[in-house]
Ligand binder design. Sequence first.
Ligand SMILES: *Cc1c(COP(=O)(O)O)cnc(C)c1O
Length: 388
Amino acid sequence: GYVVGGTLPASIAAHWLATAWDQNAPHPAAAPGVAAFERTALRWIADLLGLPPDAAGAFVSGASAGNLCGLAAARHAVLASAGWDVDAQGLFGAPAVTVVVGHEVHPSVTKALGVLGFGRERPMRVPVDSQGRMRADRFPRLTGPSIVCLQAGNVNTGAFDPISEIAEQAHRDGAWVHVDGAFGLWAQASPRRRHLCDGIAQADSWATDAHKWLNVPYDSGLVFVRDREALRAAMGVSAAYLASSGEAACDLTPELSRRARGVDAWAALASLGRSGLRELIERCCVHAQRFAQGLRAAGHEVLNDVVLNQVLVRFGDADTTRRTIEAIQLDGTCWCGITEWQGRTAMRISVCSWATTADDVDRSLAAMIRCARDCRLPSNGRSGAALS
Ligand SMILES: *Cc1c(COP(=O)(O)O)cnc(C)c1O
């Protein structure tokens, strides 16, 4: 129901080991071993996700923190271009920054924009299509310092903004392009889904999660920024404080002390390999399609184009849909959540665990279809009455 990954056995074992090693990860001088794991994992991930190999990358707590870091770097860069050092002087008296988001922006991006002083409600909202994709034909011309927030993988539909097209328009006007790709960026690992991320390397910053589709333990997200100095300007701690040279993770993220998240990610990648990751991503998408086909065959309305791992389904009107979701949750075969999609109540299915099998999908489908049928019976007006 939520976008919740499973944990790969190798990754959870590495997580336990890293806990036992008890290394503090902010600086390679203090913990060179775990720093090497993190550096390697970051290089592998940038490669798998099709990001520029020389982009700065760092482990953070999740995509929310990744969005915050990417947008902090953006804030620094676009204001520096306008002659203002925001990290030294703050926002008081700074030139105004235009921020653009889509109507279906993820709440974590809205939150990051609020924290950074851009306001949660002030950003311009570009209209989206029926899948939640920003409409390139409605994208505004931009003047002055500007930041555009794109989405790779809508949390309801799995849809992607037209990244290449909009990045081109935004860059023509000198804007910074940030991509929230919490789970969707991992489509890059599958040759059959990669087209969804078309133009991804054109962006300036990217946030993603390892704890969703890479199936590592919580909490683990990532930020990548093309302009290393912008990220360092936004997130660096005083050089005198650490009194050492060299690239330190704590100069790229909000944290100073933190656990060695990169060890878990390294183990996930080392155990899967490129082909294993491709199969994991592909398998989840195939399961999502199996859900959609089964629900459609039973006469239920699938609201989204199932391009990735997300399925949105309605079981009739809002009330029947709500009661059916409650019955499915009580039934306990699987758990799916309720959501609103463009004014309609729907159930969301998200497939993102290595452990989910076709048999799990079939058993879940059977439970969903049974609950929906019971909730539709005319004699059955009572919520939860589907349970005997
Ligand atoms: C989950 C998600 C986030 C937030 O990620 P966290 O790891 O929970 O902080 C941001 N954007 C999208 C599209 C998501 O699916």
